[in-house]
Design a protein around this ligand. Structure first.
Ligand code: BES
Ligand code: ZN
Ligand code: ZN
Length: 495
């Protein structure tokens, strides 16, 4: 999708379709429509009256004209009191889908929005253009590609054109990398094996200009990465540890860590059939942190950014790791395995400890870690936990900007008591008996053991990583949730 910014007024654009966004109680005073020629203004006002267009959120009224633009979409954004940038994202995704259904190739919208920062609006509209035109159709023999190919953002004030152009570029990077993330997460587990992911990372590093190092099984042995090796033992595709680095001048050193389970069958503690197909999403964390580094490179952010991605498949093979095993991790701390399906924290133990050894200012990990997080927060909000309020508040601020919502959960010491092991240092589940509670928190307390007091935040995306059905600018399947959040965090930390 090509997104352009122009100082021209909306109607001057020669696009096939134009969308006008309306707030509920401001239909008559809409600023964009005021600038239209009298004849068109009268026509639109008549249609609004006749069709009872009330500008409810997501209401779309198509108006076909005899002159250019041939299609004018009136799009509702609901009440002014509830108006946010996210409402504009949703209005644009409705407009894009409708324009596409009417076979329009190009769409134009105005960036004029009451009481919102123009840069935020441009960034949000640009990212939405990419997000709303993605679907996973690589394996469809008959594809229905989006007909719509470009979006024009009109009415940019002349004096702000330069700063808005840079907001547009950032929006384009956020949106297009979220799409790349979705495509990689959606890639089936027979294709996207740990080895495929490592090759993909090398390719991406060459394309964007960042360094990629890949450690194979033999090297992992030498590095005492027994957490990664144990979980990866049951799969016929061997485990890898992939590191991506982008350094540019002086600045904060940030280590991003992403859970990379290419397929989570549960291992010997095998999962039930229902929902197992979605477990190719268990590599979402790794896909996000890899694309975050690509974004840092593309935007030329100042700082030292690295992504640490332990890649495995969790399978019940002949040599699979077993309940009752005691794993001596790279940190020398030991893990008692009580359930092979709680594998994410086991591979992250080595990855987080390795991250702490790089002496970063912050570690941020992201993982589809616990089903309990879906119980607590549902499918639209990620769990946020950590040991340092400074980095947690940076993440909350970035989450608000990109509307990738997070909610902080407590990390009190009594939760740690729940994961102390009888025979080792920590156990990977509290108990196999249902009803223990606090599964997301106890998982985070487990991870905390391995960060070695480095300021750290953990984001549990088990809920929002995947959409069972199309909604707003998400198609069904991988959402890419977390990529925009982490890239925005990197942007904020670099300035
Ligand atoms: N990958 C899953 C968590 C998950 C569940 C992600 C649903 C996305 C959607 C994780 O490895 C897992 O299986 N966790 C177990 C932990 C339990 C055994 C303590 C879970 O959540 O049931
Ligand atoms: Zn699991
Ligand atoms: Zn998992």
């Amino acid at each position: 999708m090509d997104v352009k910014l122009t100082t021209q007024p909306l109607l001057k654009s020669t696009e096939d379709a134009v969308a006008i966004f309306f707030l509920k109680d401001r239909i008559k005073t809409n600023e964009v429509i005021q600038k239209f020629p009298a004849e068109l203004k009268t026509l639109l006002q008549a249609v609004i009256g006749e069709c009872e267009f009330t500008a409810e959120a997501d209401q779309v009224l198509p108006v076909h004209t005899k002159t250019d633009p041939r299609l004018i979409l009136l799009v509702g954004m609901g009440d002014k009191a509830k108006f946010t940038t996210e409402r504009m994202r949703l209005a644009l995704s409705s407009a894009i889908k409708n324009a596409n259904n009417f076979n329009a190739k190009n769409l134009a919208v105005s960036i004029t929005a009451p009481d919102l920062d123009a840069k935020e609006v441009v960034m949000a509209l640009a990212e939405t253009a990419h997000l709303a035109t993605y679907r996973f159709d690589k394996y469809k023999s008959e594809k229905k590609p989006f007909k719509i190919q470009s979006l024009v953002l009109a009415d940019a004030p002349e004096k702000d054109f330069k700063s808005l152009t840079s907001a547009l570029e950032t929006g384009n990077v956020l949106g297009s990398l979220a799409r790349e993330t979705r495509e990689l997460v959606n890639t089936p587990p027979d294709v996207c094996t740990p080895q495929y992911f490592a090759d993909y990372a090398i390719k991406l590093g060459k394309e964007y200009g960042f360094k990629v190092t890949v450690f194979d099984k033999n090297e992992l042995q030498k590095m005492n990465m027994q957490g990664i090796l144990h979980v990866g033992a049951g799969g016929s595709n061997p485990p890898y540890l992939v590191i991506a680095e982008y350094k540019n001048g002086k600045g904060k050193k940030i280590a991003f860590v992403g859970k990379g389970v290419c397929f989570d069958s549960g291992g010997l503690d095998i999962k039930p059939a229902s929902g197992m197909d979605t477990m190719k999403m268990d590599k979402a964390g790794a896909c996000i942190v890899l694309n975050t580094i690509a974004g840092c490179a593309k935007l030329g952010l100042k700082g030292n950014f690295m992504a640490i991605m332990p890649m495995v498949e969790n399978m019940p093979g002949n040599s699979a790791y077993k309940p009752g095993e005691l794993i001596v991790t790279r940190s020398k701390k030991t893990i008692e395995v009580l359930n092979t399906d709680a594998e994410g924290r086991v591979i992250l133990s080595d990855a987080l400890f390795y991250a702490s050894e790089q002496k970063p200012d912050y570690i941020i990990d992201i993982a589809t870690l616990t089903g309990a997080c879906i119980v607590a927060l549902g499918n639209n909000v990620a769990g946020l936990l950590g040991n340092n309020q400074e980095i947690l508040s940076k993440i909350k601020a970035a989450a608000a900007k990109r509307y990738e919502r997070v909610w902080e959960l407590p990390m009190d010491e009594d939760y740690y008591e729940m994961i102390k092991s009888e025979y080792g240092d920590v156990k990977n589940v509290v108990s196999n008996m249902p009803g223990g509670g606090a599964g997301t928190i106890t998982a985070a307390k487990f991870l905390e053991v391995f960060v070695n007091s480095t300021p750290w935040a953990h984001i549990d995306i088990a809920g929002p990583a995947w959409a069972l059905q199309e909604k707003g600018y998400f198609s069904s399947g991988a959402t890419g949730f977390g990529l925009r959040l982490l890239l925005q965090t990197a942007i904020d930390l670099s300035s």
